[in-house]
Design a protein. Structure first.
Length: 449
């Protein structure tokens, strides 16, 4: 058995290395795509066919050396098909991503050839381009060079992912097949340089099998952790939706209790006005009616957007603001035909208004407390703007997110992060500005096709 393995060790190791190199390129393509695009919701099994075509295409094309840039063109075609069938985003962004991936492969090949030439001239590396070690070294250099280039691309273009695994975790996973290729290259160099008996060569190959097994275990564990991560995100979303439902029920209960209280007091108000009317005190009646108008305004449910769930949140938050002597001003469009899901709109508005109310409570002068809410747009986009005073300049962390000023920072500071994550669901963005003790939050949401 060992003699058979040893006799074919070159073909076995070389083909295994080619497959690992192909797996590396597939993972790199998957990494870059997921770093800049969001998968389409509710993908079916048939939607994953382009990904498997890309994987099979790269693996099969890895066997051929003389097809030049045809390989990269075919890879680009597979990549474009995968982008358009599995991911959301604009057409020009998807075409740009395909071009970036092909440029990455080409740059890695060019740089690896330069490095190989230097090794060949300065370190007496085998000059035979057809030798197994030569091909292994080229594959290894090319894949290793792709890692820093991919990091550079993602750093320059910024992360637009959908909240999945951190980029550094993907890089850590990419290092596994890269180190495997390095190990195979070292084994091949030892075999070609030193005279080894067949049994030692067989042991080297068996070691390669062990390394392959370790790679498989790492990939399976990563896949399992990713599934757990997705399940956790879905549970967090369901928890958030449940919390909004509970808040909505509480808001309706509060509104109902205020209405009952007002209806109970209306008899006393009518009795008072009747007495004033009998006394002919017209001025006092006008004054009393003006005061009652304010009470009615506070007790009434105002239809603002036309969507019950969103209006419930707005009514409760505006009432809460008024209870803290905060002046509220809103200019809101009707949203019956808006494509934004009510639950997502509630997440944005509840977090934004909660932050605005909390910021106003730190203002000592009641006359300086205010909240300005604007919502406008059309069928293709929606813009939400919330403005409030602040007595502190918000501090940003290294990740460009704001640091909460509350003592219990472990359970706070998620408001803006939740808003930003919701905006990303609609290929939108969240902008903040703090000037002259005025904080402005702007959220843009795009309609999903």
């Amino acid at each position: 058995m060992t003699e058979i393995i040893a006799a074919n060790y070159q073909d076995i190791i070389l083909n295994t290395a080619r497959i690992f190199s192909s797996v590396f390129e597939i993972m790199l393509a998957f990494l870059l795509i997921n770093n800049f695009f969001k998968p389409k919701p509710r993908l079916k099994k048939i939607d994953y066919i382009p990904f498997f075509l890309l994987a099979a295409g790269i693996i099969l094309l890895q066997e051929y050396k003389d097809i030049g840039y045809i390989k990269y063109i075919l890879e680009c075609v597979f990549l474009v098909i995968m982008l358009f069938t599995m991911y959301q985003g604009k057409v020009r962004h998807k075409l740009t991503a395909s071009a970036v991936f092909i440029a990455l492969l080409a740059a890695a090949v060019i740089v690896s050839n330069v490095i190989y030439s230097l090794l060949e001239s300065n370190m007496n590396v085998s000059a035979d381009e057809n030798s197994p070690f030569s091909e292994l070294l080229r594959l290894t250099l090319s894949n290793i060079i792709m890692i820093p280039i991919a990091v550079l691309i993602s750093t320059v273009l910024k992360d637009r992912s959908n909240g999945g695994f951190a980029f550094r975790m993907w890089i850590g996973l990419l290092i596994v097949p890269a180190v495997t290729l390095i190990t195979f290259s070292v084994f091949q160099y030892i075999i070609e340089t030193y005279e080894l008996n067949q049994q030692i060569k067989a042991y080297i190959y068996l070691s390669c099998i062990g390394i392959i097994f370790i790679n498989a275990v790492v990939f399976i564990l990563f896949w399992f952790n990713q599934r757990q991560f997705v399940i956790k995100r879905e549970n967090d979303l369901l928890t958030s939706q449940l919390s909004l439902q509970e808040t909505s029920i509480k808001n309706l209960e509060n509104a109902y209790n205020r209405t009952r209280t007002f209806r109970h007091d209306i008899k006393n108000h009518l009795l008072t006005m009747n007495i004033l009317a009998e006394n002919g005190d017209i001025d006092e009646i006008k004054k009393y009616l003006k005061e009652m108008s304010g009470i009615i305004d506070e007790s009434s449910y105002v239809r603002i957007t036309g969507i019950s769930a969103v209006d419930a949140i707005l009514n409760e938050k505006l009432y809460e603001a008024q209870s803290h002597n905060i002046t509220t001003n809103y200019d809101v469009m009707k949203m019956e035909k808006n494509s934004i899901k009510p639950v997502d709109m509630c997440i944005i508005l509840s977090n934004a208004l909660d932050n605005a109310i909390e910021a106003n409570q730190t203002i000592d002068d009641p006359d300086g407390r205010y909240i300005k809410l604007k919502m406008y747009g059309n069928g293709s986009y929606t813009v939400i703007s919330v403005t409030n005073p602040t007595d502190k300049i918000p501090v940003k962390s290294s990740g460009n997110s704001y640091i909460t000023s509350k003592k219990d920072n472990e359970n706070h500071g998620f408001g803006l992060k939740s808003i930003e994550n919701t905006a990303k669901k609609y290929d939108g963005e969240m902008l903040t500005k703090c000037e002259d003790s005025v904080f402005t939050l702007v959220i843009k949401l795009n309609a999903l096709s």
